[in-house]
Design a protein around this ligand. Structure first.
Ligand code: NAD
Length: 504
């Protein structure tokens, strides 16, 4: 049975007059489980208008009231996380424990946003000039648009909307059409938490929906996460229409292993970070840089661990204890398998071929097992392209300097890691690499919610990272008020003065 997944406007489902529908598939069975509305321009206008109508009153709602709703949302999310995780697995394919982890990392941002009263405190200076005081404050922007990718249907929207809403904005979320149900589930949760209708809205669709957000004069800011070509387009187009924009793009994350590293720890990390969520993470490790002479030993340890992984249906209650689920769509699975063939053809050593896999799941699932390449070089497609699948490439480097050069020559700069027991080398690495998020003996260094998440180079367009202090800054704008209250007892009020005001 298929369900129709519609937009969410003013606290209710809204079908609109879609320009079409897209199938939503369970990746573990290959079966169509629903269809999602693809908004027409007119549908998008209606959803944006609802947000615009709600934004003024919400922005003027007291901090106490807004915070209470944030806390209520947090409590409901925590109670029902299992439900949301199941929905994620059913449409994305990641295993249940991983989906629960995704929800937990999103919840962390909700918890951060519960402290909005403190985060919005402005500064005050008394007596900057005689009888003159100054105070600064931050106000909401109005309507903000969030455009999210398929790989974290709950966490990535939660990087943004808790802070945007807590700060007094109304939100239009445009989720990925591949796994759209999590967004609707969260919309209902907001309603239950007491958020006024119209403050959180969901607009489903493709480029038409995205363009409507980028072009609408009602939308003040855009937070985008997705592939680099679309991030670059969104950044240029939204900026051209006068919006502030943060657009997070693709990645190719390197993990350097120095000769003094604990090789068992490094191999565990490479396998977990390379194949978790079937490699469909922007912070996945896709390249291991083995610095001589550790290559052979490290590859053997990675291969031993990789061979133990079970690929299968990750849904809770199926009785399958899978480590890794299927890929999101058949087309994406075939694209990743195409990279495996290309790597082989280019002369890399195929240590483990994920095309040969016995999945524990439906025969039409989008299966591809973990794949390991050794002796990959920087001119091969499997090195230069973001594969976004369970394909781990090992590149051999003769020195630390060569490893750093490789990272800095790469077009992406999202995350990177170094495995070493040498504190001096780790400290140098931190300074030497042109990458936004760095792990030292930590393979996936996703910052906690009160720090900000973002890459460098082609991994981020705009200058503001997600959540933490930068998130609060992004979703608010500053006002500085200079006021003078003259004490008539001290000196007479008024008097003409045509010169530029001086501080005395
Ligand atoms: P995508 O770029 O295909 O889609 C992202 C969003 O853009 C979706 O909502 C989609 O509907 C929309 N979109 C797609 N094509 C469009 C077009 N032509 N015009 C306008 N909008 C369009 O990305 P995806 O496949 O959903 O997600 C995977 C990508 O996201 C990977 O490249 C991954 O690295 C990246 N990602 C980056 C981060 C990060 O923090 N840097 C986090 C998660 C994912």
């Amino acid at each position: 049975m298929t369900t129709s997944i519609t937009h969410w406007l003013d606290g209710a489902e809204f079908r609109g007059d879609p320009k079409g529908w897209a199938d939503v598939t369970n990746p573990a069975t290959g079966q169509v489980s629903g269809r999602v509305a693809l908004a027409s321009e007119r549908d998008a206008e209606q959803v944006i208008a609802a947000a615009a109508k709600a934004s003024a009153e919400w922005g003027a709602t007291s901090l106490a009231k807004r915070t209470q709703i944030l806390f209520a949302f947090r409590e409901l999310l925590n109670e029902r996380k299992d439900e949301l995780a199941r929905l994620i697995t059913a449409e994305h394919g990641k295993v249940h424990s991983d989906a629960l982890g995704e929800v937990a990392r999103g919840q962390e941002v909700v918890e951060f946003a519960c402290g909005i009263s403190h985060l919005l405190k402005g500064g005050h200076s008394e007596g900057v000039s005689t009888g003159v005081d100054v105070h600064a404050k931050r106000e909401p922007l109005g309507v903000v648009g969030i455009i999210s990718p398929f790989n974290f249907p709950a966490m990535v929207p939660m990087w943004f909307f808790p802070i945007a809403i807590a700060a007094g904005n109304a939100v239009v979320l445009k989720p990925s059409e591949k796994d759209p149900s999590a967004a609707l589930w969260m919309a209902r949760l907001w309603q239950e938490a007491g958020l006024p209708d119209g403050v959180f809205n969901v607009l489903h669709g493709d480029k038409v929906a995205v363009d409507a957000l980028l072009h609408s004069p009602e939308v003040a800011a855009i937070s985008f996460v997705g592939s680099t070509p679309i991030a670059s387009y969104v950044y240029a187009e939204a900026s051209r229409h006068g919006k502030r924009v943060q657009a997070l793009g693709g990645a190719k994350n390197h993990m350097v292993v120095l000769p003094d590293a604990d090789l068992d720890l490094a191999a565990d990390a490479a396998v977990s970070a390379g194949y978790g969520s079937a490699g469909e993470r922007c912070m996945a490790i896709s390249v291991v840089v083995a610095v001589d002479p550790v290559g052979d030993d490290l590859v053997a340890r990675i291969a031993d661990r990789t061979r133990t992984l079970v690929t299968g249906d990750g849904q809770a209650g199926t009785g399958v204890e899978a480590d890794m689920g299927p890929l999101v769509t058949r087309a994406h699975r075939d694209r990743v398998a195409g990279f495996v063939a290309a790597g082989e053809q280019a002369g890399a050593t195929l240590v483990i071929d994920g095309r040969v896999v016995e999945p524990r799941g439906g025969q039409h699932g989008h299966w591809l097992g973990p794949t390991l390449f050794d002796h990959v070089t920087s001119d091969m497609d499997i090195y230069t392209e973001e594969i976004f699948g369970p394909v781990l490439s090992v590149v051999r480097a003769s020195s630390y300097a060569e490893a750093v050069e490789l990272i800095n020559n790469n077009q992406y700069g999202n995350g990177t890691a170094i495995f070493t027991n040498d504190g001096g080398a780790a400290r140098r690495f931190e300074a030497d690499v042109q990458v936004g998020m760095i792990g030292i003996n930590v393979p996936i260094p996703v910052p906690v919610a009160f720090y900000s998440f973002g890459g460098w180079k082609q991994s981020l367009f705009g200058d503001t990272h997600a959540h933490g202090a930068e998130g609060v800054h992004f979703f608010t704008r500053a006002k500085v008020v200079t006021s003078r209250w003259i004490n008539p007892a001290a000196r007479p009020a008024g008097g003409l003065e045509l010169g530029f005001p001086r501080n005395v």
